[in-house]
Design a protein around this ligand. Structure first.
Ligand SMILES: C[S@@+](CC[C@H](N)C(=O)[O-])C[C@H]1O[C@@H](n2cnc3c(N)ncnc32)[C@H](O)[C@@H]1O
Length: 376
């Protein structure tokens, strides 16, 4: 796996976060290189104020921090950690790290953007840019050419303004836009809908996983969550909008729950949804984190988890594996991990390896999903 990004006689050594032995995934892509080359050809004078949106692992921020004042704004705790580490490893100038919950800075000379996968989040960011930027400030975005559909460009035109694209280079394309559409369009921060059969209403910020309807795995999990008053402390690992925590809290009125997600918008949505549907904020603690980094060992009776199978654009099961290892670490003896997955993912094999064959059982199964329980 390549770790050196070499362009214009300069080399950055870049890693994803967390750093893994036998990593197969690179920390930047051809889109980052295309953007860097384009910006170098613009021959900007030093000291520009540049906002970098959705930098995957910090390649763009590290590159630009050399000559410019960079604000990196991202919804991902992991992207921020990767950027911090890559800046330090490459002795780069400091960068302001902002979360997706913060406003886009107003004093800006250039905005560059990795186009997010999620169109609702793209729409949100474009609408924020339109409200914030003067119409002469260039916005340059990048993505794989096959991901830039005419509908993507229509979003740019509608929510931001005049938009053109570049030729493709190494299967990527740049999008050039200005904040000059006739009127800024108000986009509601939350999308709100009800899970009628459980009498729960969920508010979802723009980049929350499954933010427009209930995830099918979560729906099945809701029918199989335990009610057990011996549980005192639980963790909802990869909490998304907090749906599993809300149901757990309703079923277990004295349970304290820690909700963890790497998306800042997920954490904020979960916090809001717990408050709206359960109240009792003293029972809940919501935090952005990479899996269970830094959480004390043997302190929890229950971990519930509907694991992700993507990191950025890449399909991977390494996060699920890390979640299972971390859960095993934080559970007290006799504590339980409850996991839902597509049947074909083979989580049972992983859990048996970690917890021992006789400590893993099937709680429920339907055509698509299986819910597994592993006891420490
Ligand atoms: C399949 S979704 C489940 C969301 C919610 N619990 C549900 O059941 O609808 C997985 C969640 O894990 C989060 N996630 C991904 N990688 C993570 C990591 N390294 N640490 C913590 N959360 C992560 C994602 O942001 C996403 O919200």
């Amino acid at each position: 796996m390549k770790t050196d990004l070499s362009l214009y006689d300069r080399t950055l050594t870049l890693f994803r976060y967390p750093k893994r032995n036998n990593e197969t995934l690179q920390a930047w892509d051809a889109g980052d290189e295309y953007l860097i080359q384009h910006i170098e050809e613009m021959a900007l004078s030093a000291g520009q104020k540049i906002v970098v949106l959705n930098d995957s692992f910090g390649a763009l921020s590290c590159w630009l921090a050399d000559k410019h004042h960079v604000t990196m704004l991202s919804d991902s705790f992991i992207a921020q950690q990767a950027t911090r580490n890559n800046l330090a490893d490459n002795h780069c100038n400091p960068v302001v790290l902002a979360s997706s919950l913060e406003s886009i800075p107003t004093d800006v000379d250039l905005v560059i953007m990795q186009i997010p996968r999620n169109n609702r989040y793209l729409t949100w960011q474009l609408a924020q840019l339109r409200k914030t930027l003067s119409s002469h400030i260039p916005v340059i975005a990048v993505n794989k050419a096959k991901e830039i559909h005419s509908s993507t460009l229509k979003l740019f035109e509608k929510y931001l303004g005049e938009t053109k694209t570049s030729l493709a280079w190494k299967k990527h394309r740049l999008v050039f836009s200005f904040a000059n559409s006739p009127q800024p369009i108000d986009v509601e921060p939350f999308t709100t809908w009800a899970v009628d059969e459980h009498n729960i209403t969920l508010k979802n910020l723009a980049n929350v996983y499954s933010g427009e309807s209930l995830d099918q795995g979560a729906r099945f999990m809701l029918q199989n969550l335990p009610a057990d008053d011996t549980y005192k402390h639980a963790i909802d690992l990869g909490c998304g909008n907090g749906i599993l925590s809300i149901k757990l809290a309703q079923l277990n009125p004295s349970l304290e729950i820690t909700c963890i997600d790497e998306s800042f918008m997920a954490v904020a949505s979960a916090e809001q949804n717990l408050l709206d549907n359960v109240g009792q904020s003293e029972r809940f603690h919501c935090m952005a984190n990479n899996c269970l980094d830094g959480i004390k060992a043997a302190g929890y009776d229950l971990v519930v988890c509907n694991p992700p199978f993507h990191q950025q654009q890449a399909v991977t099961d390494h996060i699920a594996w890390q979640m299972f290892c971390d859960a095993q670490h934080v559970l007290s003896t006799g504590g339980q991990l409850l996991v839902i997955g597509n049947r074909h993912l083979g989580y049972d094999v992983k859990l048996k390896r970690l917890f021992g064959k006789s400590n893993v059982s099937v709680v429920a199964v339907n055509k698509k999903f299986v819910i597994l329980q592993a006891t420490k």
